[in-house]
Design a protein. Sequence first.
Length: 380
Amino acid sequence: MAKVNVLLPRIAILQQQLQARALWRQRQLTEPVPGCTRLVQRNGQQLIDFAGNDYLGLARHPQVIAAQQRALQHYGCGSTASPLVSGYSDAHAQLEQQLCALSGHEAALLLPSGYAGNSALLKTLFSASDTVIADKLIHASMIDALRDRQVTLKRFAHNDLSRAEQLLANAPGSALVTESVFSMDGDSAPLVELAALCQRFDSPLIVDDAHGFLLSDSLAVTPFARIVTFGKALGGQGAAILGSRQLIDYLVASAREYIYSTALAPAACAGVSQALQLAASGQLQQQLANNIQYFRQECEMLGVTLMPSLSAIQPLILGDSNRVLQVATNLAQQGFLVGAIRPPTVPQGQGRLRLTLSAVHQPHQLATLAMALAECCHGA
Ligand SMILES: Cc1ncc(COP(=O)(O)O)c(C=O)c1O
């Protein structure tokens, strides 16, 4: 008699539960449309991409692609080993130096993703005897790392400075963790005030700058540690932890995610280096800021109430998960690809469309999305 795999019935039940709550998630093939930075193809249909995080339009920039191609020729496809063995090259060192020069941090180390970066930093620094204070909305990668290490996690209501102050007063010296720009709300943390509080209570500040690096004033503070991801505004892949030389040297010697994993591909580093150069003039950021302002104006004129975000992330709360899916499907039929964000990514009842704007969206693309949103909202 064939053996029954005991995991399969369990998976089937869990699948049914997720489906019943409209939380079953599936991937869909999404292909670029050649020559069009912000157009993609799904199920044979062309869509304007308002779901990706390529805020500055660098993911398909010819100079970024050329820089990666040159690095591929020189270094090959992969780093072939972990950084401490033989996977640490000039491409890594140069990108680290570039990031330090830009941010004012002393040292950096690179990892294959932001998830791994947050994991490496927090799991290496903290253990069950520590208390960490964090904004209620910090990213899953940080929560997972802290839970994994059984850290006592004290969370303050989103961006609530007085609650953060209370928690710091009760546990002075404890690290405080926040994002610069919040991934699902698009608003910013009061970093200057948080840094002042942390200084008062001798607490290290840790900032996940995934969505704010080069796009916000997050560099106004120099936290104890900053996580920068390359998969968003820089259009690439990977991440960096930035901090003091002492912190980074310690992580190099101790972070399991760094030591026991193949180093980021050198060609990926070269692409990010080029993307940083292209972002240096601030021109792309200005184009993005113009697009954000124009889109919000169009929405306001048409009675579409977006969350109060000044960043590239423009969420529209719809509430119920089924409604989120229904509106996202409707928009796809009209040619717009948007993020349909549901619990557990956001709290229950706060399902939303996550609309991401880019420097390379054209005004008519923004205007037609605003009109389609107005129809969906008013037709409800
Ligand atoms: C705030 C935040 N931190 C970290 C990450 C993880 O970054 P990566 O996609 O490079 O793993 C993300 C991406 O989803 C994020 O939004």
